[in-house]
Design a protein around this ligand. Structure first.
Ligand SMILES: [Zn+2]
Ligand SMILES: [Zn+2]
Length: 263
């Protein structure tokens, strides 16, 4: 095991996402992992709706028998129920990251500006905050994927400072209580404006202060992105992240195919 925090990638997508490069087959990912010298990776395909579990079952069938390749999933918190549950069960998975890809109470994706027609921003923000807390305490995922991504689209969140940061302080308290980690995600550099990008590190300062574990993920949708950290390195250096601040996915289930077949 490496003590280099950048030797781990906890968030990798495959061809089965439907929106990734066609080079990210499970075999190619495994080969790339060894090529770039990553100590461990987790393959975390999206589960947006319950039937997406089939994607994970396919990946399980192709997964190499390597303890340093962990099978997980990036599962959406249920945006219609808003009760803190995820859209699918988590059985048979060793690494679950919970995502908020749709505006609360809507079917509108995070990158779609039309959310403004459905509800005012303050209402969306308040619902989002309550939803995050519920997801931490109810679903208790291993980690929250790219925290703050959804609200970065709101004009009332121009930067991670002021009242937004106070709310994140409370989110970190919830995370600490329920032992949920927060993900430092490379893709956030594309999901934020310059001001948000410049202040994003403050979330991880809060996590560190609260004793919440941090996990690094590339959110790779192509081979070249696997283990590639630029924004992540910048923040890790600014915050002074050490291995003791971080958590890495662990492979505990030997037979993923068998475990997932029971769902
Ligand atoms: Zn995501
Ligand atoms: Zn992802």
């Amino acid at each position: 095991m490496s003590t280099d925090i950048f030797a781990y990638d906890s968030h990798v997508h495959t061809i089965y996402s439907g929106h990734s490069h066609d080079d990210v087959t499970v075999d190619a990912i495994h080969q790339k992992q060894r090529e770039v010298g990553l100590s461990r990776i987790a393959i975390t395909e999206h589960i947006f709706v319950p039937k997406d579990i089939k994607r994970i079952q396919k990946i399980a069938e192709e997964l190499p028998d390597d303890p340093n390749v962990v099978l997980g999933a990036e599962i959406d918190a249920d945006a219609s129920r808003l009760d803190g549950t995820l859209v699918s069960p988590t059985d048979g998975l060793d690494w679950v990251i919970a995502s908020f890809h749709k505006f609360p109470g809507t079917d509108i994706w995070w990158h779609d500006g039309s959310f403004r027609e459905s509800k005012d921003e303050q209402t969306i923000y308040a619902k989002w905050l309550e939803w995050v807390h519920k997801t931490i305490s109810t679903a208790r995922p291993n980690a929250l994927a790219h925290p703050g991504a959804l609200i970065s689209q709101l004009s009332m969140v121009q930067a991670f400072e002021g009242p937004v940061l106070d709310d994140f302080r409370e989110i970190m308290e919830s995370c600490r209580e329920y032992q949920v980690a927060v993900e430092l995600n490379e893709g956030m550099s594309n999901k934020t404006n310059p001001q948000q990008r410049a202040t994003y590190y403050r979330l991880f300062e809060l996590a560190k202060q609260a004793g919440v574990k941090i996990v690094l993920g590339s959110d790779a949708h192509s081979l070249a992105q696997i283990g590639r950290y630029v924004f992540v390195k910048e923040i890790a250096e600014k915050v002074g992240l050490q291995m003791s601040d971080c958590i890495v996915p662990e492979r505990e289930i030997q037979d993923y195919t068998g475990a997932l077949a029971k769902i």
